[in-house]
Design a protein around this ligand. Structure first.
Ligand code: 2DT
Ligand code: MG
Length: 216
C-alpha cells in the first residue's frame, strides 16, 4: 500500500492580557500534544533573539524610544521573519504553539490611541501571515488580573493600557474567525482542560480545513 502522506501540524495561537497564564498554559498544552504522540514546537512573539527582536526588547524595556508606527512595523516584521519556518514546520507535521501573535500586535499598538494608528491600520501588515487554525484567548477580568500581582516595569504594563487592550481584543475578535474564548479565571488545571478540549476539536477538523491558510 501507499505510504500515508504526512498529516500537517496545527497552528495554535495563545493570546491574552499580561498575567492571564499564557506561558504556563502553553507549556501544559505542549506536554499534552506530545503525550498524544504528535511533534510540537513552542515559539513566542516578540522573538527578542533576532536583530529586529533586540530593537523591540530595547523599546519594551524603555532604553529606546520609537515612533508608534515604526515599532508597530518592527513587531510585524519580527513575525514575517519566521513565517517561512512556521509554514515548513506545519507542512512537515509539527504542531506549532505560538505565545502571542498578530492579535497582540494590532491591539497593543491601537491601544496607544494615536490618531493615525487605528486598529484597521494596525491589522494591515499582518495580512498574508500564516493563519492560526485556532486562537485561544485566555480571558481574565481586570480584578482577577490585579489579584494575580502587580504590574511589571515594561512599557504597556499599566492599568490604562491593559483596560484599552482588553476592549480592543474584544473588537478584533468579533471580526476574526477561529477564536476560542477561554475563561482563564479558574484553576490552572481547569483552564488546561478547556484548552485541551478546544485544541482536540481543532485538530480533528484539520483534514476538512485543508492546507494552512493565510490571515485576511
Ligand atoms: P511579552 O510580555 O509576551 O513578552 O510581550 N506586543 C507583543 C506588541 O505590542 N506587539 C506585538 O506584536 C506583540 C507580539 C505585548 C511583551 C509586550 O509586547 C506587546 C506585551
Ligand atoms: Mg509581559
Amino acid at each position: 500500500s501507499q505510504p500515508k502522506p504526512t498529516r500537517r501540524g496545527a497552528l495554535i495561537v495563545v493570546e491574552g492580557l499580561d498575567r492571564a497564564g499564557k506561558s504556563s498554559q502553553c507549556e501544559m498544552l505542549r506536554e499534552y500534544i506530545l503525550k498524544q504522540g504528535n511533534a510540537v514546537k513552542y515559539i513566542r512573539f516578540p522573538d527578542r533573539t533576532t536583530p529586529i527582536g533586540q530593537l523591540i526588547d530595547n523599546y519594551l524595556r524603555g532604553s529606546a524610544n520609537q515612533d508608534d508606527h515604526s515599532i508597530h512595523l518592527l513587531f510585524s516584521a519580527n513575525r514575517w521573519e519566521v513565517a517561512k519556518s512556521i509554514e515548513q514546520d506545519i507542512a512537515s507535521g509539527i504542531t506549532v504553539i505560538v505565545d502571542r501573535y498578530s492579535y497582540s500586535g494590532a491591539v497593543y499598538s491601537a491601544a496607544k490611541a494615536n490618531p493615525t494608528l487605528s486598529l484597521e491600520w494596525a491589522w494591515q501588515p499582518e495580512l498574508g501571515l500564516p493563519r492560526p487554525d485556532i486562537c485561544l484567548f485566555l480571558s481574565i477580568s481586570a480584578q482577577e488580573a490585579a489579584k494575580r500581582g502587580g504590574y511589571g516595569t515594561e512599557r504597556y504594563e499599566n492599568e490604562t493600557m491593559q483596560t484599552r487592550v482588553r476592549e480592543l481584543f474584544r473588537t478584533l475578535f468579533d471580526r476574526q474567525e477561529d477564536i476560542a474564548i477561554i475563561d482563564a479565571g479558574e484553576s490552572l488545571d481547569e483552564v488546561s482542560k478547556d484548552i485541551q478540549k478546544a485544541v482536540s476539536d481543532c485538530i480533528a477538523r484539520l483534514d476538512s480545513i485543508g492546507p494552512l491558510r493565510v490571515l485576511g
